[in-house]
Design a protein around this ligand. Sequence first.
Ligand code: ADP
Ligand code: MG
Length: 266
Amino acid sequence: MTQTPLISTTKHLDHQVMTTPAPALAIDAQRIIKRFGTGPLAFQALTDVDFQVARGELVMLVGPSGSGKTTLLSILGCVLRPTSGEVRLFGQDVARLKDSDLPAFRSAVIGFVFQGHNLIASLTARDNIAMISRLRGRSSRQARAEADDLLAQVGLADKRKRRPNELSGGQRQRVAIARALAGDPPLVFADEPTAALDATTGHEVTQLLVELAKVHSSTVVIVTHDNRIFHLADRIVGIEDGRIVEGEIHGVSGAQTQVHQHGVHS
Ligand code: ADP
Ligand code: MG
């Protein structure tokens, strides 16, 4: 494994990111186009997407299946490169980072909660969280302490020695939330984090993610269909057919669309 160089590069990038004159925007994506494939089989998943998120803002990204939500999150999360357009995270132009530096940048800056929990099966809940905390520069003692603290915050203090297969789906997703927040990444992305859970458990888990992200002052983008938590968003952004939707958002009531209009642009 390349763990040691990863940690030192992470610190380097972290430092670089945090000492640029504090830009107001955590995310500034301009004119993003993403095409998959080439020639007649090419498919354009994103078209001219502008997406800005202020520091500390909590945005929910809403749109039908296939509309480009995961693609957009992957580009913002430096997992995919856009075909064209510019992504800045805390002022850092992501295109200027070498492929070899991206994993370190990503782990320093972004905590992910995926659709599935993606926990490591052989590690306990505590070690799954502590591992990420270590990657973000904590000592092993600090990482263990932080893991226990986060487990308490997600209501799983007594489950820290359990492995993923000894936890329920909702509990696993709570561990995944704790892991995303470990080491306090400035950005947290969640892509339909409750897709594999029943509605009630899913709702509780998303609510927990929102509350914890606020406590940790993270900037958050959540892809979700759960309209019961829309009121917890600072802003709701719609996406359809790879384009950001202005005004009325599919599946979001008029009152909630108001939230959208009080965003960064107002
Ligand atoms: P969502 O997350 O909103 O359901 P996605 O971002 O996953 O949508 O996908 C948007 C569109 O791009 C879909 O039509 C999907 O089939 C297509 N797509 C996504 N990834 C790829 C890929 N690697 N190759 C080709 N097409 C893709
Ligand atoms: Mg998706």
